[in-house]
Design a protein around this ligand. Sequence first.
Ligand code: ADP
Length: 171
Amino acid sequence: MTLLKAVKDDITTLRVDAIVNAAKPSLLGGGGVDGAIHNAAGRGLLEECRRLGGCPTGDAKVTSGYNLPARYVIHTVGPVWHGGSHGEAELLTSCYRRSLEIAAKMHLESIAFPAISTGVYGYPLLQAAGIAISTAQAFLEQSSSLQEVIFCCFSDGDFQVYNRLLSTRTT
Ligand code: ADP
């Protein structure tokens, strides 16, 4: 059975098969978790990202993890929140699904997600966390190599929200 769990941590310190980056469409780095991942991974990550030629919103692309403890980084581009009626939920769902598909295709066993789109991109945390959990749960109903899906929270408040949602899920 795959474990879904929340941790409160800096995602750049996690020793998992893949961490997910909340990237910008250029994949050339930014602030927030993206900046932290590039800082910790080193120049090699930026060089590999340059060769990827960007990534559409809702999609994901994988690179090596370079100096990170994680073996791989899956870069996904979350939607900017524009009030909720501009396809934000579908795009955010797609970010989680595409990242999980890549991890499963690579036979990875553990993956850690930040709270995609909930920083500078402004997606309301409660709704975003609900999408994160329900999309992972639905994906894991198909069999895959994944044994651990971690939601890496950067604040106590986010950690509490994820834990509350995880403890009240139906299956
Ligand atoms: P976005 O542009 O997708 O909103 P941000 O990086 O601004 O991305 O924020 C996404 C989430 O990542 C926020 O909840 C933010 O607090 C969190 N975050 C920032 N740095 C880290 C980190 N080092 N580890 C884990 N989460 C982080």
